[in-house]
Design a protein around this ligand. Structure first.
Ligand SMILES: Cc1ncc(C[n+]2csc(CCOP(=O)(O)OP(=O)(O)O)c2C)c(N)n1
Ligand SMILES: [Mg+2]
Length: 693
């Protein structure tokens, strides 16, 4: 007999039938663990962990979720997956990294699910970083609440909930606290399930925590906690039922602290016999033995139980044989789903409508977002100080909270990880979050989420979960911003695959690219040079442009021709490839030469308009790549290498990278700042050198 999918959703199910279903699933989990151990030559090719010891609480949860719910299981949660109706065969396809692995198509480890099926609870991409799922999943709950409060939620009898499953040790991580903080603060409809086996691989609870999660939760006002024996299936089922009911109806967060024994290895690679001295003690708490006893107490015949066990054993064996035979991914599959296709492929609309006055860059961004929010109720903006009182430290969001209300434009705590990572969840429920960090210098706490969760979601979910979000980042140095308000970060960002990056240098480009970013189904970082926001710096007047029309849009990956010049017979010429503030250093330097300089503004760093760059280099045979960053190991230096590779036969001189000095930080003293950064004068000297070459 096959395990029938979603059988447990029958609300009229009798207790004995429920227990039999649970036993079938729990016995399946044990059989899987045993099989993986017996067949370890095959199954340990790829690392895996199983739920042995944790099954009761996991099944109790999985069996009660509805298709509108979201759940984020961690790597030990194969019983949650069985509980929601995933078959052993499907699990094994992932175990063996097969093409048909329903979660990732053979891209990621066992029990690292992602699921987007109509009649199943939804699962966003799950990474291996412990605790990292807390923020994205709390983002889901924040999105659910936002939709309800702004009147765009589906009208369902049973409101959806989010569930975040965590190991006990992961709860000591800082990012998990950020998630708890927001769930408590905003009273989000989320259930945290903490499975406490008192192990953090080989480190014991006594070594790594000052309090357990029940005690810890007392510091988070408004997250009610239930502490239970996670091996007692009936207790688990009832507790989960009660919590889910409260969350569905009262829309507030809860936490279940389930105490469980870890009966199997930490993972197939880190084996219990190496370091565990509590195995005998733990075995006494085996949830399967307890459930078997409960079945007897409910007068379920031994023969019936044996039949279940026999059926499960047969199913698991057959599934394993079939999974081994299933096809592997094809090499070309590796290239699928790096980015979701964007509908924005052409420049459209009026860039320079008549009758409008030039507008500073910061306002072009503001007007772009205002238009987007007016048109799209799913668009919202959050970050530090963007709310009503200030509208951003650069006043870049001023008037938005007043116009759209504090539900749609709101302040967050100083939690860059939450600001960035929550967009994964917001996007999963169909929202379009526009978020910001206050300065590029403070993107670092958010970088983990950007890399681990945001950038890889689409690829590792095999195309199921693109993350559509915009992260605005004021960036760049000017006027003694000092070491913590001046840094450039594009080299780090361009090393993260799976995100797009814009770095516009004019108001019109910022507006057009903001629109493209919004309609792009992929994550986009908008780098906005704060020295260009108001065109206050001498020589940056052209950053202020006529504000383009509402429907003006620029596709990513199309460079802008700032200044063109012909290749001349009488004099050498060169092209400057640059972006951001570099556009103005280059434009001002070009005035010192006699029509010898071409300037290409990349506008977007990822994707990059390579063709336009190579075309310009081939035309002039000399090239400077100009950046505000320190040169060594920079984005600019790697672009120079690409130019050399592709244009070698056309070059009359080495490709020159001009940028800041290789120092750890930009000093606050104005003379020191000047010494470190490039500027027009320094660039002129470099141009002279290269033209002489
Ligand atoms: C951020 C991060 N650091 C380290 C690891 C390596 N690691 C994998 S599992 C684990 C222990 C996690 O313990 P816990 O959260 O209690 O879950 P359990 O395995 O006990 O179920 C560690 C340190 C990781 N995956 N992610
Ligand atoms: Mg643990």
């Amino acid at each position: 007999m096959e395990i029938t999918k979603r059988h447990f959703l029958n609300k009229e199910i009798s207790l004995t039938d429920l227990l039999k279903s649970a036993y079938r699933l729990m016995f399946t989990a044990k059989t899987l663990t045993d099989l993986y151990e017996q067949e370890k030559k095959i199954t340990s090719k790829y690392v895996h962990a199983t739920s042995r010891g944790h099954e009761a609480i996991q099944l109790a949860l999985g069996m009660q979720l509805l298709p509108q719910d979201f759940v984020s299981p961690y790597y030990r949660d194969d019983s949650i997956l069985l509980g929601i109706g995933i078959t052993p065969y499907e699990l094994m396809l992932q175990l063996l990294a097969k093409r048909g692995d329903p979660f990732s198509g053979g891209r990621t480890y066992y029990a690292h699910p992602s699921l987007r099926r109509e009649d199943f609870p939804k699962i966003i991409h799950q990474s291996s970083g412990t605790g990292m799922q807390a923020i994205p999943t709390t983002g889901i709950a924040m999105g659910m609440k936002y939709k309800e409060e702004t009147g765009i939620a589906d009208n369902l009898d049973d409101k959806p909930i989010a569930v975040c499953s965590l190991g006990d040790a992961s709860c000591t991580e800082g990012e998990v606290s950020e998630a708890f903080q927001m769930a408590a603060l905003k009273q989000l409809p989320i259930l945290y399930l903490v499975q406490d086996n008192e192990w953090d691989i080989s480190a014991n609870a006594k070594e790594i925590r000052a309090q357990d999660i029940t005690e810890y939760m007392q510091g988070f006002n408004g997250i009610e906690t239930r502490t239970i024996d996670g091996t007692d299936f009936i207790k688990c089922y009832e507790t989960v039922k009660e919590c889910i009911k409260i969350i569905r109806e009262e829309r507030r967060p809860m936490l279940i602290h389930a105490k469980v024994p870890l009966l199997n290895h930490h993972t197939s690679g880190v084996r219990k016999e190496w370091y565990r001295d509590d195995l005998e003690e733990c075995a006494k708490n085996d949830p399967l033995i307890k459930l078997r006893k409960t079945l007897s107490e409910f007068s379920i015949e031994d023969s019936e139980v044996e039949t279940i066990e026999k059926e499960v054993a047969e199913l698991v064996r057959t599934d394993f044989e079939n999974a081994i035979l299933a096809e592997d991914p094809k090499p070309e599959d590796a290239y699928k789903h790096d980015f979701a296709p964007t509908p924005i492929t052409e420049e459209k609309g009026d860039r320079s409508p008549s009758g409008k006055i030039p507008t500073v860059m910061v306002d072009c961004a503001l007007f772009a977002i205002r238009e987007l929010m007016t048109k799209h109720p799913e668009a919202l903006l959050y970050g530090q100080d963007v709310g009503l009182r200030l509208g951003g430290v650069f006043r870049e969001a001023i008037t938005l909270a007043a116009q759209f209300g504090e539900k749609r434009v709101f302040n967050t705590p100083i939690q860059e990880a939450f600001i960035v990572g929550s967009t994964v969840g917001m996007s999963a429920v169909g929202l379009k979050p526009i978020v910001e960090v206050q300065f590029a210098d403070y993107i670092w706490p958010g970088l983990n989420q950007l890399f681990t969760e945001v950038s890889r979601s689409y690829y590792l979910s095999n195309g199921k979960w693109p993350v559509s979000m915009i992260l605005r980042v004021p960036i760049g140095a000017y006027g003694s911003g000092g070491p913590y308000h001046s840094s450039s970060v594009e080299s780090v960002l361009t090393n993260i695959k799976g995100i797009k990056i814009a770095y516009p240098s004019t108001g019109a480009d910022l507006k057009g690219l903001m629109k493209a970013a919004f309609y792009d189904p992929n994550p986009v970082v908008m780098l906005e040079h704060k020295g260009l926001y108001w065109s206050k710096i001498e020589g940056t007047e052209n950053a202020k442009t006529i504000e383009p029309d509402e429907d003006y849009i620029i596709p990513f990956g199309k460079a802008r021709e700032v200044l063109l010049c012909e290749n001349r017979q009488d004099k050498p010429t060169l092209t400057i490839i640059t972006y951001g503030m570099g556009v103005y250093w280059a434009s001002n330097a070009a005035k010192e030469f006699d029509n010898q300089i071409e300037i290409i503004d990349l506008r977007t760093l990822a994707p990059l308009d390579e063709n336009r760059v190579f075309e310009s280099v081939k035309k002039h045979n000399r090239c400077i790549v100009l950046t505000e960053e320190p040169v060594n190991n920079s984005f600019a230096q790697s672009l120079a290498a690409r130019i050399s590779d592709n244009c070698f036969r056309h070059l009359d001189a080495p490709v020159k990278v001009v940028g800041a000095k290789d120092l750890p930080a930009i000093p606050i003293n104005s003379e020191l700042e000047k010494e470190m950064l490039p500027n027009t004068q320094k660039l002129i000297k470099e141009i002279e050198q290269l033209l002489k070459y």
